[in-house]
Write a protein that binds this ligand. Structure first.
Ligand SMILES: [Zn+2]
Length: 478
């Protein structure tokens, strides 16, 4: 039975999709004004794991991740660089897509951009106006939180917080709990906005950040959908306000399950540019760390646990990666074709069940790794008694679970390419030595070197001009 911790109820609950076999999944994506940092990447790796496991379980998941390309920060920074908002955000959107690809994060099915959904946002504000949840002040439109009965349920805001706050308004996109005030839906144009405005039925201006997610999630997933994810820092105000806007507009429950990933610290400190502990994937690549090792680091700690990132983590991630690669390489070299009585199917089934059970339990990833490591240890003990067809089955199983982990097959492929490259360097060296031996008329040495090269898989045919290389036994002997 699949269970998740639902932030809305602060309980572990059985997952029941609205439509059998299908899951509507929404994640808050990046604000594209800079490269995404490790904390952001943790959130995207978490939802990738969730999505991959849902697919592994046979669900058809429709995943939407929005791009915030108009807000206080994107406007501020695009102006500072003297660029148009679209041109400025295009650059960081492209970088974001490159980064998630390197971490083998599957691209969401829909990646809607806020600036392409202004019409939907205007429609939503008009609905809220009609339902009596808004008021205007200085031409901006605000959401009246006192009008919405369940305001603050997700963030467990105390009634007194609301009372204190309800007297004021906030125009900023981001604010703290102590500012539980009426929030802005539509910001009237100000001089500082420059060219960044839309002339609409509700006035000249631009949307508030929270409005973007309500409009885009409901457009692609409907007014009521299954799962919404994000980092815990988004619980308030962002997700709290998303719920208020969406439910006030539709009169329906917005989302059934809210899943939040915990923070990421660097060396036990909050990541910040001033502490020089602020990292992007690009920074780590410059330091020659493999992106998939970062994926392992981000994935192996349970999503609701605080993740303390240190560079030592790469050692452990490397050990995990090598454990899998060695395991698969050994299977590749098994040559025993004789039948045996080993109960490989039983071991695979047992592991498969334990793996599914672990992740069913609110994505208990450490348990999932533990059962796979146990399985590999068992198989390693049987080593030379395993036959070729059994080795194939085991490999197939590892690639199946990698549909969830998302790093094993890719690393294994890269390892094989690396081996080939190493081999070609060795062959080149041997060819050079053989050429020299022939020039010195040391035919015994030349012959010995030819045999070595053949051993590495290449035949040599000497010609008047020099020699031709032929791949040996490629496609088998015909
Ligand atoms: Zn959002």
């Amino acid at each position: 039975m699949l269970k998740f911790f639902n932030t809305l109820t602060r309980k572990i609950e059985e997952f029941r999709p609205i439509k059998k076999g299908k899951v509507g999944l929404y994640s808050c994506g990046p604000t594209v004004y800079d490269f995404v940092h490790l904390g952001n990447l943790r959130a995207y790796v978490f939802v990738d794991l969730l999505k991959r496991f849902l697919k592994y379980k046979g669900f058809k998941a429709k995943h939407v991740m929005q791009i915030t390309d108009v807000d206080d920060k994107t406007i501020r920074d695009s102006q500072a660089k003297g660029k148009g908002l679209k041109e400025f955000t295009d650059f960081y959107l492209k970088a974001f897509l490159e980064d998630i690809k390197e971490l083998n994060i599957k691209e969401p099915d829909f990646i809607p951009r806020a600036i392409e959904h202004i019409r939907e946002m205007v429609v939503l504000v008009k609905k809220l106006e009609k339902n009596g949840y808004t008021y205007r002040a200085n031409n901006s439109i605000y959401f009246k939180i006192s009008q919405f009965k369940n305001y603050g349920q997700l963030a467990q805001l105390e009634k007194q917080d609301l009372k204190k706050g309800a007297s004021g308004r906030v125009l900023k996109d981001e604010y703290g709990k102590e500012e539980a005030n009426d929030f802005v839906l539509w910001k009237a144009w100000q001089k500082e906005d420059g060219e960044n405005f839309w002339q609409t039925e509700i006035g000249k201006g631009r949307p508030g950040w929270h409005l973007e997610c309500s409009a885009m999630s409901m457009k692609y997933l409907g007014e009521h959908f299954d799962i919404h994810t994000g980092g815990t820092d988004l619980i308030f105000p962002h997700h709290t306000n998303e719920i208020a806007q969406s439910e006030a507009a539709t009169g329906k429950k917005f989302v059934n399950y809210w899943l939040h990933n915990a923070h990421l610290l660097v060396d036990n400190q909050k990541m910040s540019k001033s502490l020089s502990n602020f990292y992007t994937l690009r920074d780590l690549k410059e330091k020659k760390y493999h992106p998939l090792l970062l994926r392992i680091i981000l994935i192996k700690i349970h999503y609701r646990q605080l993740l303390n990132f240190t560079f030592n983590e790469f050692e452990e991630a490397k050990a995990i990666a090598e454990k899998f690669i060695n395991f698969l390489t050994n299977l590749d070299f098994i040559q025993n074709k004789e039948s045996n009585n080993l109960k490989i199917d039983f071991l695979i089934n047992h592991c498969q069940n334990a793996f599914g059970k672990a992740l069913d339990d609110d994505l208990n990833i450490s348990q999932a790794f533990a059962v796979i490591f146990d399985f590999m240890n068992e198989i390693n003990k049987l080593a030379d008694r395993i036959n070729v067809s059994q080795a194939g089955k085991i490999k197939k199983f590892i690639f199946e679970i990698d549909e969830v982990f998302g790093f094993i097959e890719k690393l294994d492929d890269e390892y094989k390419k690396f081996l080939e490259k190493k081999k070609s360097v060795e062959i080149k060296q041997l060819l050079k030595e053989r050429q020299k031996a022939r020039e010195l008329k040391d035919f015994a040495l030349a012959d010995e070197l030819r045999k070595k090269i053949e051993g590495l898989g290449l035949l040599i045919e000497d010609t008047k001009e020099g020699f031709i290389l032929k791949v040996r036994d490629f496609l088998g002997k015909i």
